[in-house]
Design a protein around this ligand. Structure first.
Ligand code: ADP
Ligand code: NI
Length: 225
């Protein structure tokens, strides 16, 4: 497909996805998709991956996500429908194979995708789960799903199956231990690892500060004892 025709089709696809995700308040809104597309195409350009497939897969990665569909088939049908209607049907197979296995499924569940294209999209999605934006999305998700903020008596649980991960209902702060702090060690590309280092540190500093305020170590001084 010639570049201007491809760009026009991608523009139409973007508009459809933007409409679908416009009102999401769980951290999976259109601007998450937009950031993942930007990150994924940047990583793909550094890693010599197929840019067209990566861009389409990044745009469509949450359209097929298990959280937003009754089952996996319904999710992939939605992806296929959007590609067909926007005259991008020839990318259906590579795009679906790219987004099939990128989701985080629990601390002990292996999730490294086979192709470099899928690795770029997974890394981009994970980078957007880290740093200042990752923190904001996590609290948005927690509120959206009626999770408690933090309960010092409920310890984080490292699960070994996707079923356990899906049924978890932990306080939002536990998500840092159950997923977010694990991500920097589970990235695929050197490009993403480089970007992740600061984002990881920022989350660690944030949680340290949160615990200091919770425990009072930011206001209780030595003289108080
Ligand atoms: P993936 O992109 O690997 O499929 P998710 O879509 O499940 O991962 O998660 C994306 C983001 O949504 C997380 O990084 C986090 O910000 C938020 N999120 C997902 N699950 C939880 C949870 N149980 N508690 C708090 N935030 C969550
Ligand atoms: Ni995502």
């Amino acid at each position: 497909m010639k570049e201007p025709i491809f760009r026009e089709a991608v523009g139409r696809l973007e508009n459809s996805i933007r409409r679908m995700q416009a009102t999401d308040s769980s951290g999976h809104d259109w601007w998450h998709t937009w950031r993942v597309r930007n990150l994924a195409t940047y990583i793909a350009s550094k890693e010599n991956a197929d840019l067209l497939v990566v861009e389409l897969a990044a745009l469509l990665h949450d359209v097929s996500d298990w959280k937003f569909n009754v089952d996996e088939k319904a999710g992939f049908d939605n992806v296929k429908g959007l590609l067909v209607v926007n005259k991008l049907e020839k990318y259906t197979r590579p795009v679906i194979s790219c987004i099939r296995n990128i989701s985080f499924k629990g601390a002990g569940v292996p999730d490294k995708p086979g192709s470099i294209e899928a690795q770029c999209v997974q890394d981009a999605d994970r980078l957007d789960a880290m740093g200042a934006i990752g923190i904001a999305r996590t609290f948005a998700f927690g509120g959206h799903h009626n999770r408690t903020l933090f309960d010092p008596e409920t310890k984080p649980v490292m699960v070994n199956t996707f079923e356990q991960y899906k049924s978890q209902n932990s306080p939002t702060i536990n998500h840092f231990y159950e997923k977010l702090f694990l991500l920097h060690d589970r990235l695929n590309t050197v490009t993403a690892k480089r970007i992740a280092a600061d984002r990881h540190q920022f989350m660690e500093a944030y949680i340290k500060r949160f615990m200091d305020e919770w425990n009072g170590s930011d206001f209780i001084s030595e003289q108080d004892f």
